[in-house]
Design a binder for this molecule. Sequence first.
Ligand code: ADP
Length: 274
Amino acid sequence: MDIILQQVSYAYAKNTPFEKRALYDVDLHIPSGSYQAIIGHTGSGKSTVLQHLNALLKPTEGSIKIGDVEVKPEKKNKQLRQVRQKVGIVFQFPEHQLFDETVLKDIMFGPMNFGVSEEEAKKRAIELVKLLGLPEDVLEKSPFDLSGGQMRRVAIAGVLAMNPEVLVLDEPTAGLDPRGRKEIMELFYRLHKEKGLTTVLVTHSMEDAARYADRIAIMHNGKCVLEGTPNEIFNNEERLTDYRLELPQSVKFQKKIEKMTGKKLSTICLTEES
Ligand code: ADP
């Protein structure tokens, strides 16, 4: 399912004295099956874009196509519920949204709310707990008795239990230690590769974008100012500097090797600690 933003502008509290323009004419095409990173400093508009991807926000100008559903400012749309099932968002610190008595009930809540049978929802929960590397006995525990890293995994399982076609990740590793970060990022990458899950990663980390994404969009002051493959983006160092962004260490390292050897490396090589 492709997601296409066309000239999307958005203002918070429109037509009030508190009106705040957050997006200006954003064009972005996220093809089905791709891994898209969205990068930018705080306040650049990343979260506002993210909330358009499953129609939590509707553009104040322009339009967004989510699969075959078109979301426009003036248009009422009965298909938004369907869109929200197909596009799963893992918000920052998703564990803050856990609420049920047991992990099992928490993971089953979303799908059952969307008409999935109890049996099927339970089956999904059991599979996901395994997939996310959690012990099976976690299912009967209270989510609030788990470690922070485990809570995060349970919350992610709750989003995956909806069987989304697109997974949107808002700084999914915020607050985790380096090992937890790597495990979670590798897990999302595996899901993307093995299940063909379209993935959108909103991040501050150029390094994560370099390592995982096949396309990168740079947001700056509410505009999408650069978009392309990692190679295209990282060969545009001057523009990145204009937006106060630095090349990832791994790319700097690669460029250094290329300079020393006089040979162009075809793929971005990443150091283990990156
Ligand atoms: P980012 O995710 O890149 O940090 P945001 O999309 O959160 O950026 O913010 C873009 C702009 O919109 C910022 O200037 C921010 O202050 C403003 N903004 C974000 N949320 C709201 C809101 N609920 N009400 C008013 N302004 C907001």
